[in-house]
Ligand binder design. Structure first.
Ligand SMILES: [Zn+2]
Length: 295
């Protein structure tokens, strides 16, 4: 199924300019995925791209058919979710009394937290209707909202001990807005876990796997740190690990002296060039395989 919607130029979320170098025109599933790199600061993002209405339509029409958000393997809790809890755990000063998972899916992280902290009160924000139903009917978790971009933080300022945002931020058209909401709804001793794919250490073919229409931002340690600081989230721990960039943050204040390193654009561009070069042989093999119909 081809999804069609007009695309518009998006300005860099860091500097506001449209001073870009094109990195790719195609992404996973051979979709039109216009990846650009901002020459000012090295932020990698999609432009032109769909607007909010376009993405809403894409998620409701196509995304759920490609990536089913709900399956019947009810009790399967995979290793990546256990990793989230083990990364959060050393930073907890007290027994947490509540947790919010944004883009909760089937609640794997929340269920693991509940196993560890029996009395923890769990809340979720989740776009998939099936998942929302599953979370509230089977586990009694509170559903705060279906739309991550909505004003779900109204009236719940300074509430949460733990907020989890695992592989969600790269999907959002306005990452600072969502991070601001995370900051507002964390209590003073609360922490948030944020994980995204790492643009400095990508995995697989850029054109056929890593770049994707639903991923509008491609963060690196320096660009993610910039957004966190803007949203007044202070980094306690940040790691580049196995193609993933993850961090633990707490409420803080913006450090106005912090800027993106001046050579960030050239570092990111050189890395992409080098990576593309290293992928040439496997890209060629896969091209031949597709040509003779073996892939
Ligand atoms: Zn920029």
């Amino acid at each position: 199924m081809v999804f069609e919607w007009p695309m518009n130029v998006a300005h860099c979320a860091i500097c506001g300019d449209d001073n870009v170098r094109r990195i790719s025109k195609k992404g996973q599933f051979n979709e039109e995925v216009n990846v650009v790199l901002c020459k000012n600061d090295g932020f990698v993002y999609l432009s032109p791209r769909w607007d909010e209405a376009g993405y809403k339509k894409y998620y409701s029409q196509k995304y759920s058919s490609i990536f089913p958000q709900f399956d019947n393997q009810e009790d399967l809790i995979e290793e990546p979710y256990e990793r989230v809890v083990s990364r959060i755990n050393p930073h907890l000063k007290n027994t947490p009394s509540n947790a919010l998972s944004i883009g909760a899916g089937k609640g794997c992280v929340l269920r693991l937290l509940k196993r560890k902290f029996e009395n923890i009160d769990c809340s979720a924000i989740e776009p998939s209707e099936e998942c929302r139903k599953y979370l509230s009917e089977n586990f009694g978790y509170s559903i705060l909202a279906d739309d991550i971009g909505s004003n779900w933080d109204d009236g719940i300022e300074d509430v949460f001990d733990i907020i989890v945002l695992r592989h969600v931020l790269e999907h959002l058209l306005d990452p600072i807005d969502s991070l601001n909401k995370v900051r507002n709804s964390l209590n003073d001793s609360g922490i948030a876990y944020i994980a995204v794919p790492d643009m400095m250490y990508p995995k697989g073919s850029l054109k056929r796997y890593f770049f994707r229409a639903p991923h509008v931002s491609y963060f690196s340690k320096s660009t993610l740190s910039y957004f966190l600081n803007k949203a007044c989230l202070e980094i306690i721990e940040i790691k580049e690990q196995d193609g993933e960039l993850w961090c633990i943050v707490k409420p803080g204040n913006e450090d106005k002296t912090k800027t993106i390193p001046a050579d960030n654009a050239s570092i990111q561009l050189n890395m992409i060039r080098k990576y593309k070069k290293s992928q040439r042989i496997s890209e060629f093999k896969s091209f031949i395989a597709r040509l003779i119909g073996r892939e």
